[in-house]
Design a protein around this ligand. Structure first.
Ligand code: GLN
Length: 241
């Protein structure tokens, strides 16, 4: 029986905007297809086994909680997350979690260290927070563009290293910096995005893409997605895309 093993990093601290809903979405869509689902939480000070999980999830957080988690990530989890990503396990960072996938988050005079899984850095701006509904166009497998819709709320501006591909192209909203037209990052199995809201309930197709990629299940059995499709359409409408 196929199984999706998820490790939620700091689910108590990095859980702004219902990140828990993303995990619930994965659980339900697995259950409806008889795919086993296990969820393990890893908090402050707890080491992780790079081989024991198919998907590592790091949600959004306030600057204060992000600082705590960043120091702990670097101290107790960095090597394992690099090993996991190297063997193709999925690492999904949302908003504050996305920022911590890069080299650093510069916050005033302070540099909060990142995991260095992707080539990017984030600088907290004194300018307005980038808030609102957002839609981006992504092409995850090179088989045509699809839309991810969600909500963003961040003070940080994320700058990708040259050659580091974004997750998608901003259709509506701000994205990484507000003016680059780029949103998120994708390097192999490591994905970061500012979209929460929550991300997966508004984009069931993306939840399925993650499940399929994580468990190597190929094409998943279709589900009755009447409500999910309506949620997606509404999120797109809210963003104006
Ligand atoms: N603290 C970060 C910022 O404001 C991320 C916020 C979030 O996760 N919503 O840029």
């Amino acid at each position: 029986m196929a199984e999706l093993r998820v490790c939620a990093l700091y689910p108590d601290l990095m859980n702004i905007y219902a990140d828990r809903g993303n995990l619930l979405m994965l659980r339900r869509r697995c259950a409806w297809r008889s795919i086993a689902f296990t969820l393990t939480a890893a908090g402050l000070g707890e080491p992780i086994d790079p081989d024991a999980h198919d998907l590592f999830y790091l949600g959004g957080g306030q600057d204060r909680d992000q600082r705590l988690c960043a120091l702990d990530l670097v101290r107790t989890k960095r090597e394992a997350l690099h090993a996991a990503a190297d063997r193709g396990a999925l690492v999904l960072g949302v908003c504050g979690g996305y920022q911590l996938l890069g080299h650093r988050y510069a916050l005033g005079g302070e540099d909060i260290p990142g995991l260095g899984l992707v080539d990017l850095e984030t600088v907290r701006s004194d300018g307005p927070r980038l808030i609102g509904n957002v839609a981006i166009e992504v092409d995850l497998d090179g088989d045509g563009p699809r839309v991810l819709a969600g909500f963003e709320n961040h003070a940080g501006r994320t700058h990708l290293g040259s050659g580091e591909p974004p997750l998608g192209r901003v259709l509506k909203g701000h994205g990484n910096t507000g003016d680059s037209g780029a949103e998120g990052v994708r390097r192999g199995s490591v994905i970061g995005t500012y979209l929460h809201g929550p991300l997966l309930p508004k984009n069931a197709w993306f939840a399925d893409w993650l499940i399929s990629a994580a468990v190597g299940a190929g094409d998943l059995a279709p589900l009755d997605d009447l409500l999910e499709d309506a949620a997606h359409a509404e999120a797109r409408r809210a963003a104006g895309a």
